[in-house]
Ligand binder design. Structure first.
Ligand code: KIV
Length: 273
């Protein structure tokens, strides 16, 4: 497709996602953290790109999402924004930049929007962060909520096991979902919760839900790009479908290159001046 045609494609907005829910059209979302990958996702017509704080794991090699900074997220988000035309781009507010107070949360969200040009922010948590969410939305910044397994709270949970399997936690999640919708969130991520609960929440809400490990009864799906492409291989939860074994493909190409250099096959006559 020509560049002109691509630019003319309808930009996905929060309103478009709302219409997709009403029409029963599923929303496809993936993470991206850099220009080159984001460009491929845009050309493949992904609906939403999440500049997730999972960059802390897959890009920076940290064990958790906690160490990534606001400056790091702005760097990743700016790289993605330079690549895309069509998808809505949502950026995670990183740990420690919004839990303190609502003024700090607003300042963090403003920095992301102003310095990266992204379209929305995402925040993990329910009732405990609603004041910050309301303040950010009042400033005109769309917010995506995130309930269930919230990796920024890993030290509270202790493990990455499926959440809300017990009645009390499921009831709290349902209440929090409503609180986030009433606060004005345009969409909600449901991570690693029972499929039945995710479907119930989805049917009770007017805003679209996007699941990761939450079954098929949600309005859309999100996966971490490096996991679904098989670049990362040490993370294999049941919900992850691998669409490629890119680690093997890259290794094979790199080994061929090494061999060609060592055997003096590369460069050949045509590959020099
Ligand atoms: O950071 C991230 O990639 C996420 C998704 C797993 C939803 O929050």
């Amino acid at each position: 497709m020509s560049t002109a045609n691509r630019v003319n494609k309808t930009k996905v907005t929060t309103h478009v996602l709302q219409e997709m829910k009403l029409k029963g059209e599923k929303i496809a979302m993936l993470t991206a953290y850099d220009f080159s990958m984001a460009k491929i996702l845009d050309q493949a017509d992904i609906d939403v790109i999440l500049v997730g704080d999972s960059a802390s794991n897959v890009m920076a090699g940290h064990k958790t999402t906690l160490p990534i900074t606001l400056n790091d997220m702005i760097y990743h988000a700016s790289s993605v924004m330079r690549a895309v035309n069509r998808p809505l781009v949502v950026v995670d507010l990183p740990f420690g930049t919004y839990q303190g107070n609502s003024k700090e949360a607003l300042n963090s969200a403003i920095r992301i929007m102003k310095e990266s040009g992204a379209n929305a922010v995402k925040m993990e948590g329910g009732h405990e962060i609603v004041e910050s969410i309301e303040r950010i939305i009042s400033a005109g910044i769309p917010v995506m909520g995130h309930l269930g397994l919230t990796p920024q709270s890993i030290h509270k949970f202790g493990t990455y096991v499926v959440r809300a399997t017990q009645d009390d936690e499921a009831e709290q999640l349902k209440k929090d979902a409503m609180i986030l919708q009433e606060a004005g969130c345009f969409s909600l991520i449901l991570e690693k919760i029972p499929a039945k609960l995710a479907e119930e929440v989805t049917q009770s809400m007017t805003i679209p839900t996007i699941g990761i490990g939450a079954g098929g009864g949600v309005d859309g799906q999100v996966l971490v790009l490096h996991d679904m492409l098989g670049i990362t291989q040490d993370f294999s939860p049941r919900f992850l479908r691998r669409y490629h074994n890119l680690k093997e493909e890259i290794m094979g190409a790199v080994q061929m290159y090494i061999n060609d250099v060592k055997t003096k096959d590369f460069p050949n006559e045509r590959e020099q001046y």
